[in-house]
Design a protein around this ligand. Structure first.
Ligand SMILES: [Mg+2]
Ligand SMILES: [Zn+2]
Length: 194
């Protein structure tokens, strides 16, 4: 039986948006993130992080920094009784940097490569999944695979919502103050007419 997933953006959604996280010391989860993931773990949904980290392609930091950050994130989750089923990232940029990171890949959001990977590796049912993020690109990512998109107002979200939402041509399936509210509303099913 395939399970739906809650795909979560990282910076601005799970963690404070601080610009490029070029050292693990700059990474700070929001205070509600462990609670949000623990709630997902108690539901039928997979908890999956999907993040663009083009700072690697740009030469701002080595890929090992991403490993450090994700080890730290997983440790914090574990300490709070929460678990991420997978953490997927795109280190590429289509036009900046050097190969192999300079690449017109299929995994840089809003391209659907990271979600397709979850479909293949975790058996995620994309049609019943959600993407939660603070950028319009996260919504486009959701809609590209027939999933639903939730915009959070943390990180870039408030600005995206107030200044750019008209660019979407379609209303977000859910708008929430932050990740925990989005997860609660999705799991309560109020936003899921299916
Ligand atoms: Mg973000
Ligand atoms: Zn990529």
């Amino acid at each position: 039986m395939r399970r739906p997933a809650l795909f979560m953006d990282r910076d601005g959604t799970l963690s404070h948006e601080v610009g490029y996280v070029n050292h693990v010391s700059r990474f700070r989860l929001y205070c509600w993130s462990v609670d949000a993931v623990r709630l997902i773990n108690r539901s039928e949904f997979l908890a999956v992080v999907v993040t663009n980290q083009a700072g690697v392609a740009r030469g701002y930091f080595p890929e090992s920094v991403i490993d450090d950050v994700h080890a730290s994130m997983n440790h914090s989750m574990q300490a709070g009784g929460a678990r991420l089923d997978a953490v997927y990232f795109c280190p590429h940029h289509p036009s900046v940097g050097e190969p192999p990171y300079r690449l017109d890949c299929d995994c840089r959001k809003p391209k659907p490569g990271l979600l397709k990977r979850a479909e293949a590796e975790l058996g995620a049912d994309l049609s019943r999944s959600w993407v939660i993020g603070d950028r319009l690109g996260d919504l486009k990512l959701a809609w590209a695979v027939g999933a639903r998109g939730a915009l959070v107002k943390s990180g870039y979200g408030l600005g995206e919502w107030e200044h750019h939402a008209s660019r979407l041509g379609r209303a977000p399936d859910l708008v929430a103050e932050h990740l925990l509210e989005a997860v609660e509303r999705i799991l309560n099913g109020a936003e899921a007419p299916a």
